[in-house]
Design a protein around this ligand. Structure first.
Ligand SMILES: Nc1ncnc2c1ncn2[C@@H]1O[C@H](COP(=O)(O)OP(=O)(O)OP(=O)(O)O)[C@@H](O)[C@H]1O
Length: 256
């Protein structure tokens, strides 16, 4: 019995990210020095640090866009250089990196999340369309599907990018300052929504934020780890009996 319980626990507590002695410099200017941190399944990690502390650089390292100069990153137990299951990771970069004149509809933006790194222009299947609708429904923006992305408010755009990241049913969602540039009420709704996704669905979060009040309100007063100018605040959500079948899109489909 005890062994079974401990196995179930292990099953729900996979290591999702491991940063071991990670260092990185731009033009000989050290940005990250000897960062050590682990993210476990169903953690919600808030990454806090002053401007230029290296937060985005660290996220880019985790999503495989930048390699550490020293140390190692592993994802789902595999060294990042050999990791292939990128669909397990959803990444929403800072909104300021988005060109508002980009000529695409909401549906096209969300569907582009399926094409992955290979940027293959493949035919959109019925299943792709169903997934897109599920993701839009999860973000409560079904009615915006045919609108041009540039015509939406900041908060609506943020939901579209989250839907784009969700379309592959990721296990880890990485959000870079998702609350920046949207009004306080929309920020609160958005944060409420991702807290719900953390508590009720099997999604692990890594979120960069400058909003200390919001971070502390959910993740507690004290960081679990620090590294240079970076602090990691963590809250774990875990129901032993609820290890499976809690994926957001999956449960939407069951309900539908
Ligand atoms: N491509 C680049 N070439 C040279 N320096 C860079 C490059 N990208 C970032 N930097 C520098 O590296 C440092 C860390 O940048 P990074 O974007 O990771 O910080 P951040 O903590 O995310 O900051 P912010 O809160 O302002 O978004 C900054 O000083 C930045 O100017």
């Amino acid at each position: 019995m005890e062994a079974a319980a401990s196995m179930a626990q292990t099953g729900c507590h996979r290591e999702i990210v491991n940063l071991s002695g990670v260092s990185f410099s731009y033009d000989n200017q050290p940005i990250l020095q000897d960062v050590n941190f682990r993210i476990m399944e169903r953690d919600f990690v808030g990454l806090i640090g002053s401007n230029g502390a290296g937060k985005t650089t660290l996220l880019r390292m985790i999503v495989g866009l930048t390699r550490p100069h020293k140390g190692a990153v592993s994802l789902f137990g595999t060294p990042a250089a050999r990791f292939k299951d990128w669909n397990l990771i959803g990444y929403v970069p800072q909104r300021s990196h988005f060109n508002p004149l980009f000529p695409a509809t909401v549906k096209e933006v969300v569907l582009s999340g399926l094409y992955g790194r290979k940027k293959l222009f493949r035919r959109v299947t019925k299943e792709d369309v169903a997934r897109c609708e599920d993701a839009l429904r999860a973000m409560k923006i079904e009615e915006l599907g045919n609108k041009r992305i540039g015509a939406l408010s900041g908060g609506q755009q943020q939901r579209v990018f989250l839907a784009r990241a969700l379309i592959n049913n990721p296990k880890l969602l990485i959000l870079d300052e998702p609350l920046t540039g949207i009004d306080v009420e929309t920020q609160q709704n958005f944060f409420q929504m991702i807290k719900h996704m953390h508590q009720r669905h099997n999604i692990t979060f890594l979120m960069v934020s400058h909003d200390m009040d919001m971070v502390r309100s959910y993740l507690g007063e004290e960081p679990k780890g620090r590294s240079g100018k970076l602090s990691f605040y963590v809250r774990h959500s875990h129901d032993l009996e609820d290890c499976q079948g809690t994926d957001l899109l999956h449960s939407l489909r069951k309900e539908g």
